[in-house]
Design a protein around this ligand. Structure first.
Ligand code: SF4
Length: 375
């Protein structure tokens, strides 16, 4: 039995760039003579990672200390090998994004859950640290990847020479996010599904969708295609609406409560229907009121209180102190808690994701106390 659930793969020493602080580069700006530009082939990967090992993994990501993974000659084939033997695995990669042909990025959009592009500035500054990286290539590749349905993240190292461009970079990143939303809406239309746009704010702003009459399988598969950490799906059970919080394929919790009303309306971090959203706190209906003016109403907010003990649905949750656990006997529980805690520490996670992971830790802990009390 294996106990490793996540791997960080460095598939190559090749890179087209010469970032001054990279181990590829000597202090006087030359290529480190110890770099051999070696790469792992698909056959190497098959020998190192047997299929039954891949099947039980949660995550594999490629990142490089001595090379950029995009330049591993069989990068796509390696991702495809992991995906083929574990359709649920979370796959991602960090890259400077400035090489390879459009086909490569379109393939990665289909195979990975997200790609982190390391872009330290804009057209006139990125190359100051990312020496040798062409801005034009990066932008083309990011667009190619996003337009093919890939989820892109932007990793921006802040230096004196690019700190004044952070706002502009955020604007550019917003444009890319808009393109992804457009792609998502297009997919919903192709599936003949109607939808309502909603907005929320939890530290960062969010734009979400309510999609009536969608099946669980469809929402789960859309969530994966668009790199969502979780999706919420509701259906009628015994005459009432029951909502599920789903990560990957797995329902983590159920709730039959939606909070609305004046107390929720005055809070900042909840959701409401567009166009007002929580920030503007109002919605304008195109229908004309008296005097031919559009009707403006409060944009009522709502939230489904997942992982909040006050709104337990079917689980019996206990308060109490968890005794010291045998790591072998409670292996899965211990691993899940460790994974969640490390999720809360990963750079670039949204505030909401950190909050949700902490809540799930508390929730799993309470469930464990209940189970131990019963046994
Ligand atoms: S892009 Fe990455 S691997 Fe390439 S030189 Fe820069 S830090 Fe090193």
């Amino acid at each position: 039995m294996y106990s490793i659930r996540k791997i960080h793969l460095e598939p190559t020493e090749i890179c087209q760039a010469m970032c001054p602080m990279c181990d590829r580069v000597t202090l006087d700006g030359k290529l480190n003579p110890k770099i051999t530009n070696a790469s792992l082939s698909l056959d190497d990967i098959k020998n190192m990672f047997p299929i039954d090992f891949i099947k039980q993994l949660n995550e594999m990501y490629m990142c490089g200390n001595l090379g950029d993974p995009m330049l591993a000659p069989e990068c796509v084939e390696i991702f495809a090998y992991f995906r083929k033997h574990n359709p649920k695995i979370y796959l991602s990669m960090n890259t400077n994004g400035g090489a390879r042909k459009p086909d490569f990025w379109r393939n990665l959009a289909k195979l990975t859950n997200h790609i982190t592009f390391s872009i330290d500035g804009l057209e006139d500054t990125n190359h100051i640290y990312r020496k040798g990286v062409s801005w034009k290539n990066v932008m083309n590749n990011v667009k190619e990847f996003i337009n093919a349905g890939g989820k892109a993240k932007w990793d921006y190292l802040v230096f004196e020479h690019n700190e004044h461009q952070i706002k502009l970079a955020q604007q550019l990143s917003k444009e890319e996010n808009d393109a992804l939303l457009e792609e998502f809406e297009k997919r919903l239309r192709e599936m003949n599904l109607g939808f309502k746009r909603i907005r929320g704010k939890f530290g960062n702003k969010e734009r979400s969708f309510i999609i009536p009459n969608i099946s669980r399988d469809e929402i789960v598969s859309l969530g994966k295609d668009f790199g969502q950490e979780a999706v919420i799906w509701g259906t009628k059970e015994d005459g009432k609406m029951v909502y599920q919080y789903i990560e990957g394929d797995e329902t983590k919790q159920k709730r039959d409560v939606v909070l609305t009303g004046p107390e929720v309306d005055i809070k900042r971090d909840f959701y409401s229907q567009e166009p007002g959203g929580p920030e503007l706190h109002s919605i304008t209906y195109p229908k004309k009121g008296r005097g031919g003016k559009p009707i403006v109403r409060t944009a009522h907010k709502f939230v489904i209180p997942f992982f909040d003990e006050k709104y337990e649905y079917e689980e019996e949750i206990s308060e109490g102190i968890l005794p010291e656990l045998d790591e072998q006997i409670h292996k899965e529980f211990v691993q899940e808690i460790k994974r969640r805690i490390s999720n809360t520490l990963v750079e670039g996670r949204t505030k909401k994701s950190r909050y949700q992971n902490r809540k799930i830790v508390r929730y799993q802990w309470s469930k464990k106390v209940s189970a131990l009390k019963k046994s």
